[in-house]
Write a protein that binds this ligand. Sequence first.
Ligand code: NAD
Length: 317
Amino acid sequence: MTTRRTAKIGIIGAGSVGATIAYAAMIRGVARQISLYDIVPTKVHAEVLDLNHGMLFVPPGSVEGSDDIEVLRGCDVIVMTAGAKQRPGQTRIDLAAVNASICAKLLPRVVQVAPDALLLLVTNPVDVITQVVLKVTGLPAERVFGSGTVLDSSRFRYLIASHCGVAVQNVHAYIAGEHGDSELPLWSSASIGSIPLDQWDVKGHGQLTKTDRDEIMHNVKDAAYQVIQGKGATNYAIGLAVTNILEALLNDEQRVLPMSGLLRGFRGLDDVCLSLPRIVGSNGIEPPLPIPMTAEEEAALDESAKRIRTVVQGLGY
Ligand code: NAD
């Protein structure tokens, strides 16, 4: 893995999500080179022009793009965002067949031009796609992972922080399982400033009743639907979330992030990709941390795993 100053990242798909990741990564100076690949040449060239016109205002770097996959040659990390997106009313699982087929065709070719790259999947349903890409590329599990519930956990922390009137950075709480309708909140390990959330009772900063928790979780699950209903796509928060993951990878930060990756014997779960907090660095992802869970949380994780496995098997993987 090269260092931050010389790293090259590739982004597949120059749509709402891919272009916003490029924009956020460029502003933060994550990589020296950002390369975009899309099948629609007019779209990718227009995004690259627009991004390059802002180069004066950001850390030094360059942005290029093409409809030729060669543009991804030698990348350190490749972010996959290409494919169909949810239309209002659609679930992420509804996208499984079409996006799995795109990934199964494309990713083996990508590995040929960037054989040392870490693969970060964002295309939905991201857990299913991660498992498909693992199978079709044959790469080791630590090098193929999904953005998973990094975004959902950020939404979760934001809602808890707003409710309690504290900074989002002081809330530690994760969403685990599927990045989708069967995801689960890990309330039992959530804390604010080292106080377990179920003991949080601070004058002027409230408490979290069962109704508050249900409402927060409802809003986490419904978040993408609400945004898509209003503007057709989610892009800013996922752009920032992926940029944060890229920094953890490229700077070898050993950061704890709820990424989607293959489980091998975690609490009896095997051969399924889903999100749990893991340490992330320049070698990719580590196995999930042994985070404490209640019996209820464990049962919900099992259910989420079953749902993902059923979709993956239905696709023939
Ligand atoms: P979009 O339609 O705006 O962009 C998709 C892009 O992919 C288009 O530019 C299209 O030309 C390109 N594309 C399609 N097939 C291709 C191929 N074979 N090769 C190269 N490029 C190809 O969609 P979007 O809003 O950017 O969403 C992209 C994906 O990201 C969707 O699947 C969406 O559900 C997902 N997403 C995931 C998260 C997450 O947290 N994991 C969050 C938001 C969106």
